[in-house]
Design a binder for this molecule. Structure first.
Ligand SMILES: Cc1cc2nc3c(=O)[nH]c(=O)nc-3n(C[C@H](O)[C@H](O)[C@H](O)COP(=O)(O)OP(=O)(O)OC[C@H]3O[C@@H](n4cnc5c(N)ncnc54)[C@H](O)[C@@H]3O)c2cc1C
Length: 474
């Protein structure tokens, strides 16, 4: 079933005060938006340059510090290669941790989904290189000492300083690596996988001392030790500040509590939280928080949910579909429950738009982020909104969206029915949105829907830069 409604009224009263303008609508706000984007661009380049320079420095360090002639000594080649693998591997481990450290300026410039994607892409490298380091160094030392590999391993643990801790750290690291292999991860509950993941921080901490007291690039090089230690301390500081300190400060400052849980549709509930100074969170429509509800069984896990409305100074709203333990428990929360938040995160905002006109598409519960993004658009923005659901009752927040679209002079299309009956392909999309090419598309929902629509948009000739997405899975 396809339904279409067209505008009649003016912007509704739910629009908050603040900068309007997506794309070219509103000049001073457009200027601020361009300023923010320029800053993001500088941050993106700055991060790339820093990571590249660091990489070059650690490779150079391993090569320059190799004593001349040591390559020809017994075990020299294996020991050198092991040291190179260790330096590059541990450097990449720091990068891997920094990618998910939630540093606000980097999150805003690059976006959490992209950072997590890079984190996943980088992660196999440090783990493999550190494993390679363990193997090569043991072989190299065994060749130099003219003993067997197993004897050398025993001697490492018994006689070398800080090696026992490093071996335990190595074991933990490998455990995390194995559990993260896709085929295994799919069988492990998200919470179990996440808890195991935390061991990686412990593994890195346990490995630090042996690098300094045994690494050929550090022994007798106090300046290198100082720089390397500073890099590790900075990484630990950023993780603690942004993943622990800032959320604690925000939580204490805003004092959020659940005030209402409202059913929106089958298995979908909106949770309204009350707090203070919430407008100071600097949220843009389309962003999300990691939410931690401070009740038994839920306090230890934070899950990402988008805001389904722009915040006012007193209220935040999220809308959650029950798909598993956490999302089902959310609907049972009692008024008064205290709430801790981490965020706001995400670049699924009008700031990311390159064109003045927007097309917003969402499937299922993806409507939450779309609803808030839509609310953040100015009165004259004429957005085209496409909602996709299997059944009419799955179109939650439909009336609100309809009202917001009308108020912004836009068009709403509802595509309801099974995937076989209602296909969203190039020709249907071009039919619905004849001016598709001059719009930025914002796509939100389950990962399969998002990648399908991205492919359809690409086949319709829409450049990547004009397509923005929030897939409800990390
Ligand atoms: C940026 C973002 C915004 C989201 N916004 C909303 C929203 O507004 N409304 C809504 O209903 N859902 C939203 N989700 C999805 C929501 O986070 C998951 O449905 C929820 O975390 C599932 O947890 P569970 O314990 O109920 O189910 P589980 O059975 O544990 O998981 C179901 C699925 O969700 C994934 N998942 C579980 N926990 C997390 C986590 N902490 N981080 C990332 N993925 C996880 C799992 O990999 C699995 O694919 C969003 C997800 C992301 C990434």
């Amino acid at each position: 079933m396809t339904m279409t409604s067209t505008p009649t009224t003016t912007p509704n009263a739910t629009r908050r005060a603040g900068p309007p303008a997506a794309g070219g609508h509103g000049s001073s706000a457009g200027g601020r938006r361009r300023g923010r984007e320029a800053l993001h661009e500088v941050t993106r380049h700055g991060v790339a340059i820093l990571v590249g320079l660091g990489f070059g420095a650690v490779v150079a360090l391993a090569i320059v510090d190799e004593p001349s002639g040591s390559l020809h000594a017994p075990g020299g080649v294996a020991t050198f290669a092991g040291n190179l693998a260790a330096l590059v591997g541990t450097y990449l481990a720091l990068v891997m941790v920094l990618l998910v450290s939630r540093v606000a300026v980097v999150e805003r410039a690059i976006g959490q989904d992209q950072l997590v994607r890079w984190h996943k892409r980088v992660s196999p490298w440090p783990l493999s290189l550190i494993a390679l380091h363990a193997v090569l160094t043991t072989i190299g030392y065994a060749q130099a000492a003219k003993t067997g590999v197993w004897a050398e391993l025993g001697s490492f643990v018994r006689t070398y300083p800080d090696m026992l801790a490093a071996v335990v750290g190595f074991g933990l690291m490998m455990l995390v690596g194995i559990v993260s292999i896709r085929a295994i991860r799919r069988r492990v509950r998200h919470e179990t996988w996440w808890a195991l993941h935390l061991y990686l921080y412990m593994a890195l901490a346990l490995s630090f001392a042996h690098q300094i007291v045994l690494g050929p690039s550090f022994v007798g090089h106090p300046l290198t030790v100082a720089v390397w230690s500073a890099a590790w301390a900075a990484t630990a500081g950023l993780v603690l500040a942004y993943r622990v300190g800032l959320p604690v400060v925000r939580t204490l400052r805003h004092k959020l509590r659940v005030v209402e849980v409202r059913e929106e549709g089958p298995g979908v509930a909106s949770i309204i939280c009350e707090g203070r100074d919430l407008d100071r969170l600097g949220v843009q429509g389309g962003q999300f928080f990691a939410w931690r509800f401070l009740v038994r069984g839920m306090w230890w896990q934070a899950h990402p949910y988008s805001l389904s409305a722009l915040p006012s100074s007193r209220y935040l709203r999220l809308t959650v579909k029950a798909v598993g333990d956490h999302s089902s428990a959310v609907a049972t929360l009692r008024p008064g429950t205290r709430v801790a938040i981490e965020g706001p995160y995400g670049r699924f905002t009008r700031d990311a738009a390159t064109q003045p006109d927007l097309l917003l598409l969402a499937a299922g519960i993806g409507v939450t982020a779309l609803r808030a993004l839509l609310e953040d658009l100015p009165a004259d923005s004429s957005p085209v909104v496409v909602l996709r659901a299997s059944k009419p009752e799955d179109l939650v927040l439909r009336a609100e969206i309809d009202e917001l679209v009308r108020a912004r002079g836009g068009k709403l299309h509802e595509l309801i029915g099974s995937r076989q009956k209602v296909r969203v392909d190039r020709s249907s999309l071009v039919r619905l949105v004849p001016d598709l090419k001059r719009r930025d598309a914002f796509v939100c929902g389950p990962p399969e829907f998002v990648s399908h629509i991205e492919a359809v948009l690409r086949s319709a000739g829409i450049p990547r830069t004009q397509v923005h997405h929030e897939a409800f899975s990390l």
